[in-house]
Design a protein around this ligand. Structure first.
Ligand code: CP
Ligand code: NVA
Length: 299
């Protein structure tokens, strides 16, 4: 594995290996035998806000022996129009790896190509691979595995997080039910390219949630979509994790949220607090899963 650009580009075996390594990273935190990023300097280049991804990468890189710098895209020449290819060629000569959060998936791919250094997608409009790897690890930790399970995603079914979930379901052996209103369902082209029977899209929340082992949601208004806020909140109104939805899921179903959470929008405050242990374990697991990825990418 040279980069982590998407779940789409990983195999089921690579995903399973990262999940296994995440457990090892978690179990040996503070006493790792190896520090594969020693003498390395990595950069985080972010064009969008972040709490979890930024902190977990900054801590994770340091815990693996590396040095890290945070670069807000608006503070470097990229923000004044320097092409991504030139930014990548400069950084590739100085840094050992890059973690990028931006809008276009093609920017992360171009950076990987032109820099020649390991490049990690820390969220684009198309995918959030680090999130889904940590989530699969969390599901394995709590349910013993993700294979054979049914995961129900409710909310904006067309944004980055469900898109990465779709690729994970297509590759790994689990079912993904997406509950979303028509305007926010994954596009037909993507569904066709998955070439998988593991992904089902529903307008009806109850049908999608029936018997699910995991109920999962994400914000209704993703970063970059703020101008659509009013429309999105009106359209997505019924697509919420609440007590009623939980009644249709398997008994003891996990409730997961990638965070940040907006109470009484995509999840009720009551259900969120009742499942806070899982949700914050999920957030913590970002650190362990990303350390697994970093250790595999470190040369
Ligand atoms: N879930 C997630 O990626 O959170 P941040 O946007 O805070 O990094
Ligand atoms: N879909 C959300 C994920 C946040 C972690 C966004 O892109 O803003």
């Amino acid at each position: 594995m040279k980069h982590l650009l998407s779940i789409e580009s990983l195999s089921a075996e690579e995903i399973a290996h990262i999940v296994e390594l995440s457990a090892e990273m978690k179990a040996t935190r503070g006493r790792h035998a190896a520090h594969p990023l020693r003498h390395q300097c990595w950069a985080l280049i972010f064009s969008k806000s972040s709490t979890r991804t930024r902190v977990s990468f900054e801590v994770g890189i340091r815990e693996l022996g590396g040095d890290v710098m945070f670069l807000s895209a608006v503070d470097i020449q990229l923000g004044r129009g320097e092409p991504i290819q030139d930014t990548a060629r400069v950084m590739g000569r100085m840094l050992h790896g890059a973690v990028i959060r931006t809008f276009a998936q093609s920017d992360v791919e171009q950076f990987a190509k032109f820099s020649g250094i390991p490049t990690i997608n820390a969220l684009t409009d198309d995918e959030h691979p680090c999130q889904i790897l940590a989530d699969l690890f969390t599901i394995k930790e709590k349910l013993g595995g993700y294979e054979g399970k049914t995961i129900c995603f409710v909310g904006d079914g067309a944004c980055n997080v469900p898109r990465s979930w779709m690729w994970a379901a297509a590759k790994c052996n689990f079912q993904l039910n997406i509950a979303a209103p028509r305007n926010f369902q994954p596009d037909a082209g993507l569904l066709a390219s998955l070439d998988s029977d593991n992904v089902h899209v529903f307008e009806n929340v109850e049908t999608a949630a029936r018997g699910a082992d995991v109920l999962y949601t994400d914000v209704w208004v993703s970063m970059g979509k703020e101008s659509e806020s009013t429309f999105r909140i009106a359209q997505l109104g019924g697509y919420q994790i609440n007590r009623e939805m939980l009644r249709h899921a398997a008994p003891d179903a996990l409730v997961m949220h990638c965070l940040p959470a907006y109470r009484e929008k995509e999840i009720t405050g009551e259900v969120f607090e009742r499942h806070a242990q899982t949700i914050f374990d999920q957030a913590e697991n970002r650190l362990h899963a990303q350390k697994a990825v970093l250790s595999l990418l470190a040369k």
